[in-house]
Design a protein around this ligand. Structure first.
Ligand code: NAP
Ligand code: GLV
Length: 315
């Protein structure tokens, strides 16, 4: 008999199980599925763990895991747990609804800054009726750090809006209308021509702290930053200094090194910051269930899961 365990922090296992029931009629979820910390008497019987930010140490309870299936795109919190069971494949989430939602978030924030709504909002507060100059879309470059599942979709929608679009990734890309920069050597030229920087990188040893003073100094004066990836990408003091000096005109920040954002954080009331509580793109059970079910069936049939994380690169 094979059991499934759900280990979710900050999400509701039941809503995921409800979405999976119709997608996996062959599974008796009442009998063969557990929600941490409730575990079967025989932990050896658990072959699949479905997780979101699993409690550190929890996965090692199950010696016969065939796969860990993450309900989000980012796996940084899982890989930060040095008790992760060696050799067990980890799958991350690639889901069309999640991708759409991230693209909506990115477009919304890009347009906010591109069309100067950050200034018009301030003008309304002061009853100022004035027309501001407008840069043409064709001359504004949006630079996306990370051209994976999320970054490439955002890039293609931004090209449809006729922005100039560039992307930076580890390997070279060939996306219609998107200038590809890659590797360490590609970062400086990529930044030099980026007016609006969007971070959609995974958080890995190589990308932690990448949004720092050195990177900001390579952006043109008055650039904008949108971070919808992970708070660990950003050095908070460097971001504040770049905003306060005016080198970065404004920032949209969805993620922070410490979440929830502490009440005393200077970001809450910063006049140049538009912040959201890590909601740029949420997983959608009804959309993702079929893919998760398929992945569970694959690993139970002895195949590797789809969307498998490379444990060496960390994404
Ligand atoms: P992905 O498909 O794995 O794509 C990652 C991209 O980053 C790839 O293009 C990769 O390059 C590039 N990359 C990785 N390390 C790099 C490095 N050292 N230098 C240059 N480029 C590097 O990831 P995704 O699904 O698009 O998701 C990205 C991240 O978004 C997630 O990891 C998560 O942290 C975040 N996220 C946030 C939210 C939110 O609500 N705020 C929601 C979902 C996801 P290659 O293509 O060359 O490998
Ligand atoms: C959300 O932050 C995710 O990684 O899916």
């Amino acid at each position: 008999m094979s059991n499934m365990i759900f280990i979710l922090q900050g999400d509701d296992s039941k809503r995921w199980i409800e979405a999976l029931i119709p997608a996996m009629p062959e599974v008796d979820f009442n009998a063969d599925c557990y929600i941490w910390p409730d575990v079967p008497d025989d932990p050896d019987s658990v072959d699949v763990a479905v997780v979101w930010r699993p409690n550190p140490g929890a996965l090692k309870t199950f010696p016969n895991l065939k796969a860990v299936i993450n309900l989000g795109a980012g796996v940084d919190s899982i890989l930060a747990d040095d008790t992760y069971p060696q050799g067990v494949p980890l799958a991350r989430m690639i889901d069309p609804a999640m991708t759409r939602h991230m693209t909506e978030f990115v477009i919304y924030k890009v347009l906010h800054f591109h069309r100067k709504f950050h200034i018009y909002e301030e003008m309304q507060r002061h009853h100022v009726w004035k027309e501001l100059s407008q840069l043409d879309t064709l001359t504004r470059t949006v630079g996306i750090l990370g051209l994976g599942a999320l970054g490439s979709d955002a890039a293609s929608h931004l090209t449809a809006l006729e922005f100039k679009v560039a992307g930076w990734s580890r390997t070279e890309k060939n996306l219609d209308g998107v200038e590809s920069f890659f590797g360490a050597d590609g970062l400086t030229p990529f930044l030099a021509q980026t007016d609006i920087l969007v971070c959609l990188l995974p958080l890995t040893q190589e990308t932690r702290g990448i949004l720092n003073a050195d990177l900001f100094s390579k952006l043109p004066q008055g650039a904008f930053v949108i971070n919808a990836a992970r708070g660990g990408h950003m050095i908070e003091a460097d971001m504040l200094a770049a905003l306060d000096s005016g080198h970065i005109e404004a920032a949209a920040l969805d993620v922070f090194p410490e979440e929830p954002l502490p009440d005393a954080s200077p970001f809450w009331d910063h006049p140049k910051v538009w912040l959201t509580p890590h909601i740029a793109s949420l997983s959608v059970p009804s959309s993702a269930a079929a893919e998760i079910a398929d992945n569970i069936r694959r690993v139970r049939a002895g195949k590797p899961p789809k969307d498998r994380v490379n444990m060496d690169s960390g994404y």
